[in-house]
Each structure stands twice: as structure tokens, then as C-alpha cells.
Ligand binder design. Sequence first.
Ligand SMILES: Nc1ncnc2c1ncn2[C@@H]1O[C@H](COP(=O)(O)OP(=O)(O)OP(=O)(O)O)[C@@H](O)[C@H]1O
Length: 200
Amino acid sequence: MRLSGQGLTCVRGGREVFSGLDFEAASGDVVAVVGRNGSGKTSLLRLIAGLLIPAGGRIVLDGGDAEMTLPEQCHYLGHRDALKPALSVAENLSFWADFLGGERCGAAESLATVGLDHATDLPAAFLSAGQRRRLSLARLLTVRRPVWLLDEPTNALDVAGQDLFGGLMRDHLARGGLIIAATHTALGIAARELRIGGMA
Ligand SMILES: Nc1ncnc2c1ncn2[C@@H]1O[C@H](COP(=O)(O)OP(=O)(O)OP(=O)(O)O)[C@@H](O)[C@H]1O
């Protein structure tokens, strides 16, 4: 599997954020998207996820599932976690599994893996920032998709959480997945850098 972008231009609110951007990532690759605040890292992830339309250029996935669109083969984890505060931990995960569709792995097992098995009935509103992030990570495990698009994935994770996340990434890559992550800090795994804009 190989994901690439050629000559991408992104315009937001009538302003060009970046242009002529090329990238590529193959199975087993981690690409760390870096750049100063506002350079367009999140925007690039959203272009790949199909949440924004490029003003120019194209994005191609070779060797994926020919029956599915690229967005259907992506997990997009934004930096705001996208949890419903009134729903419990288990209900949030179930909501996402329904929304994403496809075959599910065990929700209980996913929550245990991210260390939230003690909190399944707790409303998401009561979770700490790191627990919220862990619940987001459980989405990656409950519904398997080959392309992970992660925005600041290590935010709020403690050292154990960062180790856990490193293990999840390694398992995903070993299964033939790929990861593109926007980040201001080290991801804890060997990654190729894609810099947008000038130096941060
Ligand atoms: N909905 C929107 N309408 C207009 N402009 C927007 C919108 N969303 C983002 N932008 C602008 O697009 C530019 C790129 O934003 P983006 O969030 O992609 O940057 P980033 O590199 O991820 O930033 P950071 O490092 O601060 O997270 C910014 O100038 C931002 O203000």
C-alpha cells in the first residue's frame, strides 16, 4: 500500500495555507508532519481524510481496498478527541464503531488495552485529558483501518500512555498499516519528517 499526494494546494477562508506540497508514505511508514503553528498540518490530515477538498493537486492510495474510498480506509483522530460528554466510555466507543462501520474488534478488549476497563460506565465528561486521549486511541483498535491520521496524538498522555501508544503504532505498522501524524513533539517511534512552511 502506498499513499501519496502531489502538488497539493490548501485554501482556507480564502487564504492559501500551502501549495505544491508532495508527500508519500508506504505500508510500515510513519510520517511526522511538522511546522509552525498555522502552517497547515491539521489541514493536510483533513485533506487526506476527505474532510477538506484540495484547491489543487491530488491524493492517491495505491494497493488499498479497491471497493473503498480513501476516507473509508482512514482513521482521523483530531486533537479535540470528538467524544460525547453525556455518553459513557463504552457508549462513546460503541458510537464510533457504529459510525465508522465495518468489522469490529472487541470493545471491552480495546478499552482494557488502553487502560480504561475500570471506567467503562463513566460519562466521558468526567475523564481526565489523558483518559480522553486513551479513549480516542481505543477507536483505532475497535475498527481496523490501514491509514492512521493522527493530530498531536501524544498530547496529554503520561509516560506509560506514550509507551502504550508506541506499542499500538508498532503493531499497526507490523500489520502493514501506515501513519501520518501532525506533531510538535517526538512520536516515540522512527518517523520521516514532512515539514510544512518555514522552520517552527
Ligand atoms: N475553518 C477555517 N476557516 C478559515 N481558516 C481556517 C479554518 N481552519 C483553519 N484555518 C486556518 O488555516 C491555517 C492552517 O491551520 P491548521 O490548523 O491546519 O494549522 P496547524 O499547522 O495544524 O497549526 P497548529 O500547529 O497550531 O495546530 C491557519 O492559518 C488557520 O487559521
